[in-house]
Design a protein around this ligand. Structure first.
Ligand SMILES: *Cc1c(COP(=O)(O)O)cnc(C)c1O
Length: 404
């Protein structure tokens, strides 16, 4: 068996399709978000503007967050020293879970080392504990939910994206007595559209299902306290499990679920992805605690982000660039070809010092490759105009089609 040849051919296939992933080597500059240094060339780091960070509100550089992490580091040291069960249940973890339960108006919350693991561990565990459970999954659900559903061993039904009629047809086709779980997101981060959470909960009630909502791209950014779309739409109380990340708008790292005490207790007690791993560093948890607390009180970051996202969409549309009809802070620009998306991204970085990563299959379906901009509170009018100008020049250079 020629193992090396098989691996090399797998990589060659990615090159042939134009979707081999190249990571940009950067350091962000604390205090001057969204500026960073890029280490791509050979003549030292080059200044760039970052347009694709999921540190949506620049909380990773917020003075309160940095101070809380420095204090924790000096107070208790770097690591937690164990799993939650064996020595790693620090007081920071206990405080943050209480803070997150309160954020979502739930009885309890549970921390994981990432949002990916929170989805995988929770869905697989709930599915295994419910005999004969059928899981209904939005077709655009994140890879981590898909992994959790697969690992649950449950029957799975995929409904068309945000399509209530299709979901209802699938629900109605099953045994009325079978346990059912509906899994979906609030903000879909590649298109920037939003799920009809209340209507999905209505269907769940009608067919006796529980609901699982991934609010990863909404926590910190929507709702009066940053509780996500479910808080904004006042439906958090109807959702069985709310899942979120500490790695995007909260600016740190880690994931969590919030739910009633019983559900949190079974996941805590049965999920291997929670049990058999070292708990998050108390330094990270202290930073997340400061970030969640800040965004509960302050809406300035959310408001600036929304204003800048709306402004960038308007500027790109005025320039006839094919901006997609997002209703959120996500600003996707359709390209439709992996090779061209990479080429645009390469030119933006090399010639204009603007960094946006091309988004390819399997993150998005083939033929819908795109650039995805995430303007935040610190992307100003001048930066946005410069970006639009660069894109218009590149669009014409590569003979790409403009919108009508
Ligand atoms: C990023 C992401 C996750 C995973 O969260 P991490 O904390 O980065 O592991 C889960 N769900 C969705 C929809 C995501 O975009």
């Amino acid at each position: 068996m020629d193992y090396q040849r098989i691996f090399a051919e797998a990589i060659d296939r990615l090159h042939a399709e134009g979707r081999y992933r190249v990571f940009i080597d950067i350091l962000r500059n604390k205090g001057s978000f969204p500026n960073a240094r890029c280490f791509a060339g050979h003549n030292g780091p080059k200044p760039i503007t970052v347009w694709c960070s999921n540190d949506y509100l620049a909380m990773a550089q917020h003075p309160d967050v940095v101070a809380a992490m420095e204090e924790a580091l000096h107070d208790v040291g770097a690591g937690s020293g164990g799993t939650r069960n064996i020595g790693g249940n620090t007081h920071y973890h206990v405080d943050l879970e209480a803070e997150l339960a309160d954020l979502h108006g739930k009885e309890a919350a549970l921390l994981f080392t990432s949002g990916y693991i929170s989805n995988e561990a929770t869905l697989s565990t709930l599915g295994k504990l419910l005999p004969g459970c059928i899981i209904f999954s939005d077709e655009l659900n994140h890879a981590s939910m898909i992994a959790g559903i697969r690992n649950s061993g449950c029957e799975k039904r995929v409904f068309r994206h945000n399509d209530l009629a299709h979901l209802e047809a699938l629900l109605a086709a099953e045994d009325a007595d079978a346990p059912k779980l509906i899994a979906f997101e609030s903000v879909y981060s590649m298109d920037g559209d939003v799920a009809p959470i209340a209507a999905l909960c209505d269907l769940a009630d009608k067919y006796g299902a529980i609901t699982y909502l991934d609010e990863v791209h909404a926590v910190g950014m929507y709702g009066p306290r940053g509780g996500g779309i479910s808080e904004r739409d006042e439906v958090a109380g109807r959702v069985t499990v709310i899942e979120g990340t500490l790695g995007k708008a909260f600016g740190i790292m880690g994931g969590y679920i919030a739910a009633d005490r019983n559900i949190v207790d079974v996941v805590r007690s049965y999920a291997p992805g929670f049990i058999f791993t070292t708990s998050l560093s108390p330094v990270l948890v202290a930073g997340a605690l400061a970030s969640v607390r800040h965004l509960k009180r302050s809406s300035a970051e959310r408001e600036a982000q929304q204003a800048h996202a709306a402004r960038l969409k308007a500027i790109l549309a005025e320039a006839h660039l094919p901006v997609m009809p997002s209703t959120t802070h996500i600003v996707p620009l359709m390209v439709g070809c992996p090779v061209k998306a990479k080429r645009i991204s390469d030119i933006l970085l090399a010639e204009y010092g603007m960094y946006v990563q091309p988004i390819n299959y399997p993150t998005v379906p083939r033929g819908t490759e795109r650039l995805r901009f995430t303007p935040g509170p610190a992307h100003d009018e001048e930066m946005m105009r410069a970006l639009a100008g660069a894109l218009v020049e590149i669009w014409s250079r590569l003979e790409l089609r403009l919108a009508a």
